[in-house]
Design a protein around this ligand. Sequence first.
Ligand SMILES: [Zn+2]
Length: 165
Amino acid sequence: MPMSRDPFDDVPLAALFPQLTSADLEAMRVVADAVDAARAKEDVPQWEWAPGPALRPGPQPGVVVVLMADVIVHADGGDQLEFWVQVFWTDQGQLAVNAAVNVACWCETDHATHDIDELTRVVDEETSLAQAFEAGSERLIGWLVDPHDADYWRNRAALPPRRTL
Ligand SMILES: [Zn+2]
């Protein structure tokens, strides 16, 4: 099913995550507002969400994304720098939150893109969805405040820099 794109206030959070308390929902709204405030002025702050409720899927080969803020900082001439935070179901059927830096690949072997500096929190008895979402969102905010460029992130991950032809 295609994802919807809306401002966070229009995402039906309580319908997506019926297990959350009103305090959890409020905590997620506060941190999502902080993410939106950290975005560049020209970036229309939208969130992608899968019309829900976010029911645990059956076993599947990949992940199922439920809610996502995807910030493309830079994309041109085959290069790309992108940051995101997402709530998703793992292939094991666990609800989790992931934040990552995604850069275009300039390896000899083309991998298309690479995820760098990932933070992943699985929701369990010790970590609520709101806590996991806060952790991932705070990581994303840190990147947005100081995004660097794609070569900086490739260098950090010991990946080759962009080739100039
Ligand atoms: Zn590569």
